[in-house]
Ligand binder design. Sequence first.
Ligand SMILES: C[S@@+](CC[C@H](N)C(=O)[O-])C[C@H]1O[C@@H](n2cnc3c(N)ncnc32)[C@H](O)[C@@H]1O
Length: 290
Amino acid sequence: MTQIREAILPPTGEVLLRYMRDAFYDHQGVHSSNTYSDETVRKALDLGLIVTRGKRHTLTSQGYIVGNVAKEYCNWVDHGRLMPTPKPPNSMFDGLDVLDLGCSFGRWLWEFQRTAKSVVGLELQLEYVELGYALARCEGIEPPLIHQTHVEDLDRYVEPESIDFVFSRLVFNHVNIRVTLPKVAKVLRKGGRIWFQVETFRDAFHRIFEGEMRVRSRLRAAFAVCNTFVCTLTGRQMTLPVKGRMHASHRVVYPKLEWWKRSLERLGIEEFKIEHHDGGNATFSARKVR
Ligand SMILES: C[S@@+](CC[C@H](N)C(=O)[O-])C[C@H]1O[C@@H](n2cnc3c(N)ncnc32)[C@H](O)[C@@H]1O
């Protein structure tokens, strides 16, 4: 990873990142242009990011991880370094202490730290954290503090009642909610806010019955639907061990917004407000009142 981190730094790193983004898209069956020099391809081979299979190059496991980050980073650069909407208003984090749960390479923390008092992120994937340091250097900004850990362990890294704003985007469907949510309540100061973006049940349901999907993906989606019922009724999640590149277990659930609201209220986080809802994803905020 040290060599990869060095290789993505300026002045030549951006070409490698763009190559990795396109390789990632090709790997996913999305057609992308292939206009890279032999030197760039050789660099990706030497770094173990791709391997040659017949006449093609395919991503290695590490290449997949780097490609995933490269995709997010390059797309962000190409969109004028603007964060995707919906975005929390500045009033939620200006001059305040901010925590991002499942922060990936730290892109949102870069945004928050411009005006926040302090920022900290938690991220499970070590490679994301390490690439985040290099990418912050590419951007010429101070790398934010990111702890490589499960968000379920957030109380080991964050003091009780030390945070004003907990942000989490497209993460909470995948974590142990019953364990994590009370810890979120604990680290928040009274008056502190959360801003969560989650995937909704409708999205998962459509994935099973629509679109081109491999049997394994359909089975996973079916598991998610069953798990959602279990979670809604009992608050618990079943866990499926998976062999894969990234996370070793699969416990995804898609509770309804009403369930999120009730679960938060039980922890003293009230004033639940749906900030955005487009069918697939929903974003809500709430405030700790006691
Ligand atoms: C869809 S990405 C979203 C990344 C980021 N929040 C954003 O909006 O750009 C989900 C992220 O959550 C991380 N993640 C998933 N489960 C996690 C867990 N239990 N603890 C910490 N991070 C986790 C993944 O590694 C990944 O970086």
